[in-house]
Design a protein around this ligand. Sequence first.
Ligand code: GCB
Length: 613
Amino acid sequence: MNHKSLSFYLSLILLFQCIYAGVFAQSASIQNVQGRSNLSLNGRWNYIVDPYENGYYDYRHTPYDQSASGKGGFYDDKKQENKSELIEYNFDLSPTLKVPGDWNSQVANLELYEGTVWYRRKFEIAPKADKKYFLYFAAVNYEAHVYLNGKKLGIHKGGFTPFQFDVTSKLKQGENVVVVKVDNTRKQDEIPTVNTDWWNYGGITRDVFLTELPAAHIADYKVQLAKGNANKIEGFVQVSGSQLTQNITVFIPEAGIKTSVTTDVSGKAVIDIPVKNISYWSPENPKLYKVQLTSETDTLNDLIGFRTIETKGQDILVNGKSVFLRGISLHDENPLLPGRLRSTGDMRMMLQWAKELGCNYVRLAHYPHNEEMMRLADEMGLFVWAEVPVYWTISWENKDTYTNASKQLTDLIERDKNRASVIVWSIGNETPLSEPRLNFMSNLAATVKATDNTRLVSAALEVHRKGYEVVVDDVLGEKLDLVSFNEYAGWYWGGLPKEMLKYHFNIKYNKPVVITEFGADALGGFHADEETKFSEEYQESLYKYQIQFLQTIKGLRGMTPWILADFRSPRRQHPVYQNFWNRKGLISETGKKKKAFYTLQQFYNNMQQQYKP
Ligand code: GCB
């Protein structure tokens, strides 16, 4: 082997090591991170906008991560010792961004920016010898490279799910420095792909914590009613760390439950507890029980509701009773304060609007929303449809794309599996028919069933038309528990709203029908007659006819019209009515309710009377 090929092989090995270190350094998820002892790293982080990725690649476009010279990029604190090649930057003097928060809504010239931004935050800590420490990110959109004290911890892809690194052996006494390279460039093979109908908000959009846990701790647990069985709690407790075999007590004082189990050599114990006389969770009775898990080395509290959910023919049964899902779709975006929702107050406001509309159900489209949102839904009494961003034209034949989608899905399920509010896992939205897509989506559906069989699986499908027939026959429907589809009669097709009544539905499946979308744009405050597009009156008339039209479906058991509030989208270009806003909200960008809000509210009040618990 000559000199050149030796160095080629050495650099290949180095490359693989780096990729390995990067991708696999993440540790398993932390259940109920909010219930732990956290040092919040929220607040102001210095940032550098880096469109050419100068801080990542050297001038030969070799990543500094892989540089044999040991010289680092923007993440390398050796700069202080003048060892870094990069001298033309200074984090200390750089401006700051609020975390949690997207950059688009905080800095005027970053509004449409897609690319790399570096974030840096310093913190002080005196790590304790008998504890474990995790650097936890609730969400970073989209690709995050995380460095602690100049060393790479790893990479995470996916803009809406949490991830963490075990940093126990990497923390220093006193000052520590976290640097995150965040890149929100859209790419065809990612999840989501290049084309969506929402703003690609980049940044560290959710909480960042340094989480302190006992050396042997309760890493994960599921405490839920068994599938279709109101008399039994089933689940598991998973211990991680130095002492895997432990005695665990599950204590639910108000339900008179106190049971002990012992974890096996892998740290896992299955729980199986008979229950009687408990108050079941429902939107009318959002009862949450304090659940305490105690191991020999750890103790942890959660608030958990207990309910069953199943389908029978065309009925959706919750705690054995048929329900109608009075829903609304929403994005993780506050129309009043630009950007992603970033506080409990923001989230509560959105869900309060849904309650005011008469909802008992929300569709959190089109990607995982904040964990806090699910906890609020638990508390406020709202069922949740939770979704992953498998949206439109995904690269169905790319194995890595599938692995990514599946990981985002299982991360979502892992995170929210103890929330009574969550009743549906949605594997995607409006995915175009093809054989590779069917394989991809069927595998995701099977993954849901294998990961959590206590809830329903669905996806927002599409309709097609044959004359005046609106046909729902997507074969994927066979794998789903609900028939859910988006149907834009009166807006994208079918003429004026009143003309939709000429159509009739032909739905192939004998399953509950829960419509995932219908709607029309209306500019808040623009009034005209009901045949003038973009007026509140047009939208109102569309809601009136849709409600009539959809009630012709025998198995109709719910709906989530599109959408609670106007939201920003670069696709929406009408210069008078849209200006980068999707105006299908029932609430305008100034928080004013449009006429159609009251039309839907009226319908939901009637449905509430019909489906009295
Ligand atoms: C859809 C999509 C949704 C869009 C909506 C619209 O079918 O699922 O993401 O925002 O239509 O406004 O066209």
